[in-house]
Design a protein around this ligand. Structure first.
Ligand SMILES: NC(=O)c1ccc[n+]([C@@H]2O[C@H](COP(=O)([O-])OP(=O)(O)OC[C@H]3O[C@@H](n4cnc5c(N)ncnc54)[C@H](OP(=O)(O)O)[C@@H]3O)[C@@H](O)[C@H]2O)c1
Length: 320
């Protein structure tokens, strides 16, 4: 059982120092949150260390999630989803987190170099040895999710219980295939970058570039929140819709955007990313109330993904 908002710890040890991070965790727990997400690669292990110290007193009350896949060293086996790296990655995450179990151990992305059977077998061993409670996946396509679920079923391996995809009002492509696959197979969905890296907070304007010192101003082209990827006509239309509803409801842009995600049927818990306590307070205000149907629809239509084949064909075929 997890709270309807998850706290992401990617800023810890990077934009946010340890003292600030611990205050953020404390406030999140005080507000009723119990779900916390980090990864081995965030600040090369420092995020896990800070997170572990921040929850030490309440460890068993927290559902603690971390990830494995990206490089933690220069060697050929310091990366990926081989049995060797997954097993060692788990041991090292446990040490940095200062705990003897991880509630949700997530594969951070597909690894074409590792056989899926090997990865799932290694993850299953971690669950059976008590080091991990549940396994999850992040950044998989729909066929990768479906193949994983089938390989688990056919071999008696542990099954991925949830997906962590990028999903927000400005990144809707998961709606084509990925969310339906999760709903069909009963995987929970915990969206990352629920504000598109901060774009949906309303602090960006059409005129001029991104304000200096913000995540988006610093993002390079390979990062999802890169300015040119966010500052599109469709995304400004989304911002206009969020702004209209913010004015009508007295809620902030971030609260409107996060509440829309909370209203999506496939979503379990958006993962909040914050740099400051003020941002956390703002984003916590996304829960405990509901946009009305018309407002949800207005937001959904503003950034709706293009209607594509074969989805359109299949939908029409259901009518005959
Ligand atoms: N699985 C993956 O591949 C993956 C990838 C990325 C993230 N994640 C997870 O998802 C979590 C959240 O992702 P994210 O950090 O990209 O989420 P996000 O909410 O889309 O972006 C967070 C950033 O937006 C700005 N912001 C947040 N709330 C704000 C507010 N109320 N007002 C103004 N600005 C605000 C802050 O940046 P500035 O102040 O610098 O503008 C903050 O660092 C991460 O902590 C991590 O746990 C996973």
């Amino acid at each position: 059982m997890v709270s309807e908002l998850c706290l992401g710890c990617m800023t810890f040890g990077r934009e946010t120092d340890e003292e600030g991070s611990r205050e953020i965790v404390g406030r999140f727990l005080e507000a009723g949150g119990n779900f916390i997400d980090t990864a081995d690669v965030y600040s090369t292990g420092v995020s896990e260390e800070i997170t572990g110290r921040a929850i030490r007193e309440v460890r068993d009350d927290v559902v603690l999630a971390t990830k494995v896949r990206f490089p933690m060293g220069e060697g050929p086996n310091d990366v990926g989803l081989s049995r060797k790296h997954v097993t060692r990655g788990c041991e090292e995450s446990l040490r940095r987190l200062g705990t003897d179990y991880i509630d949700l151990y997530q594969v951070h992305c597909w690894d074409a170099a590792a056989p899926l059977e090997e990865t799932l077998s290694a993850l299953t061993d971690l669950v059976r040895s008590g080091k991990v409670r549940y396994i999850g996946v992040s950044n998989f396509t729909a066929w990768q999710i479906m193949k994983s679920v089938c390989v688990s079923g056919a071999n008696g391996f542990e099954r991925f219980v949830c997906l962590q995809p990028q999903y927000s009002l400005v990144e809707r492509n998961v709606e084509y295939e990925i969310l339906p696959a999760c709903e069909e197979e009963g995987l929970g969905v915990i969206p990352w970058s629920p504000l598109g890296g901060g774009f949906l907070s309303g602090k960006y304007r059409r005129e001029g570039g991104p304000p200096a010192g913000t995540r988006i101003a610093e993002a390079v082209e390979s990062m999802e929140e890169y300015w040119d990827r966010r500052a599109t006509g469709r995304n400004w239309a989304v911002i206009d819709a969020v702004g209209e509803i913010a004015e009508a409801t007295g809620k902030s842009y971030a609260q409107i955007s996060l509440n829309w995600l909370l209203r999506q049927p496939a979503v379990t818990a958006p993962i909040l990313g914050v740099r400051t306590m003020e941002q956390l307070e703002d984003n916590l205000g996304a829960a405990g109330w509901e946009l009305d149907e018309g407002q949800v629809q207005r937001l959904s239509e503003a950034g709706a993904p293009e209607d594509t084949y074969p989805h359109r064909f299949i939908r029409n075929a259901q009518r005959v």
